[in-house]
Design a protein around this ligand. Structure first.
Ligand SMILES: Cc1cc2nc3c(=O)[nH]c(=O)nc-3n(C[C@H](O)[C@H](O)[C@H](O)COP(=O)(O)OP(=O)(O)OC[C@H]3O[C@@H](n4cnc5c(N)ncnc54)[C@H](O)[C@@H]3O)c2cc1C
Length: 440
């Protein structure tokens, strides 16, 4: 019996969720249901795993169970960068071991191809754009990061364009940045629209239950039982795709870090405001310093600012962190867009990333009949999509170099025990944000 646990509770402020098309939410589960396969968590990872299992086993029922509504969790809350390139923040050139970087690139490219195919096949309206991304710097430290990353990209044989500070406004309007590094392979998209669309287009042998909070998992001799307040799901095989919440059931305990990050989104800019801003009509910027700000100019002409972090060991949203993040985002917005000063935010929200100290993910079997694709380390659109898909392939008996690569990972390493963990993480988050200076 894995312990009764806390379940997700995200805030209701996510712009992407509210601005994407409404859908008929699937009923919550009640009573007792048996299925050969149960997938727990309907984010990018779980939706991909359920789809792929359904394709491998067209005669089996696959149950996909989600605590909230699809799109309400982190998969619908992120900044919408479906990134191709590896970005190892632990390595001096951000590429690190070349063989590993090449495999990460292959995984991400497979995920992008899969998502593009599904979006086209099912007509998912998620503002998909092959827009690339700018990585931008203000401070000398950030510029040094871009230099290091550039040399890493050379080693990996990947295309990029260095953009001098004076030319940045042509691209992104603001004069704020001193240098940019443009890489063309990233897709920008509306994340809630995508994950909702993927859930709506699941094969007919997937049954999705929403608003069903699994609080305990019981492991029997030949079955796994998932228990919630109104019933139970009995599975031959369970796939855990519930991000940092896996550790609340006792899996990878003390190895995952539920770190929240936050975003605010303005109302649509008027035509005059768009003219004052200048630059291209849509773009995405990620910061040179990992503690800096991510920005988007969306196809519907809203500006998004993502920054600020908090350590939420219970994996749930907390109002005081959300309020602090909104203040920080207002300052970051004013620094970058003085020509749009005071433009109100329509939305502010937070969401959980599942990080590990060694930046490794988990892929494989956690216990008899219980498997997982967990801990995307902040890159879940591509990584979650491909690891969910490959987990299903592996369970169906397939092997290829990508599966072998994922299985060979040593997985997330152990965190120090509490209270040292919270003290250490909070200290490092504060220090990182302070050191990011103008980049934040
Ligand atoms: C603000 C922000 C910006 C980000 N930007 C990017 C970005 O630009 N690009 C990118 O690739 N990634 C980004 N990320 C990270 C990305 O969102 C995650 O890596 C991704 O969501 C992980 O997908 P997942 O399916 O593994 O987990 P999740 O999306 O967390 O899905 C897991 C699901 O499991 C459900 N669940 C958990 N416990 C239970 C339970 N007990 N019972 C039932 N259901 C349960 C949750 O409700 C959740 O919906 C960002 C994250 C945030 C918060």
């Amino acid at each position: 019996m894995f312990e009764r646990t806390v379940t997700p509770a995200d805030d209701n402020g996510c712009g992407w969720f509210h601005l994407s098309l409404g859908r008929k939410v699937r009923p919550a589960h009640s009573g007792t249901t048996s299925a050969r396969w149960v997938v727990l968590g309907a984010g990018f990872t779980g939706v991909a795993a359920a789809r792929q299992l359904a394709l491998h086993y067209p005669n089996d029922q696959i149950v996909l169970v989600e605590a909230q509504q699809v799109g309400f969790g982190a998969s619908g809350r992120n900044s919408g960068f479906a990134i191709d390139l590896p970005h190892d923040i632990g390595a001096p050139d951000y590429i690190g071991d070349l063989a590993t970087a090449r495999m990460s690139l292959k995984l991400n490219l497979r995920a992008q191809a899969l998502l593009k195919k599904l979006i086209a096949e099912h007509g998912i309206d998620c503002q998909l754009q092959a827009a690339g991304k700018y990585q931008a710097a203000i401070e000398p430290k950030g510029i040094a990061v871009l230099e290091a990353y550039r040399s890493g990209l050379d080693k990996l044989g990947q295309a990029y364009q260095v953009i001098d500070g004076k030319d940045m406004p042509e691209h992104v309007g603001t004069h704020f940045y001193k240098r940019g590094l443009y890489t063309p392979g990233t897709y920008l998209l509306q994340p809630a629209a995508l994950v909702k669309g993927l859930a709506e287009s699941l094969p007919a042998n997937v049954t999705l239950f929403e608003n069903t909070r699994i609080h305990s998992i019981e492991q029997g001799a030949d079955k796994v039982t998932l228990i919630h307040d109104n019933g139970r799901l009995i599975a031959d095989q369970l796939l855990l795709t519930n991000n940092a919440f896996a550790s609340h059931f006792g899996f990878l305990k003390g190895r995952l870090l539920p770190v929240f990050t936050y975003a605010s989104m303005t109302r649509p800019l008027t035509e005059q405001e768009q003219a004052r801003l200048g630059g291209k009509s849509t773009w995405g910027i990620i910061p040179a310093d990992p503690f800096g700000s991510t920005l988007r100019r969306t196809p519907d002409q809203r500006l998004l600012v993502r920054n600020s972090f908090s350590f939420n060991p219970d994996g749930r949203s907390h109002k005081k962190y959300l309020e602090r993040a909104e203040r920080q985002q207002r300052e970051s917005f004013e620094r970058r867009f003085p020509m749009l000063s005071g433009t109100p935010f329509d939305y502010t929200w937070g969401g959980s990333m599942c990080l590990s100290r060694n930046h490794e993910s988990f892929f494989g079997t956690l216990a008899p009949r219980i498997h997982g694709a967990l801990c995307c380390n902040g890159l879940g659109i591509t990584r979650g999509t491909i690891t969910g898909t490959l987990l299903a392939d592996w369970l169906a008996g397939e092997r290829d170099e990508l599966i072998d690569f994922l299985l060979s990972s040593k997985g997330p390493n152990a965190n120090p025990p509490e209270p040292f963990l919270s003290l250490g993480v909070n200290f490092n988050l504060r220090l990182g944000q302070h050191r990011a200076g103008q980049e934040s």
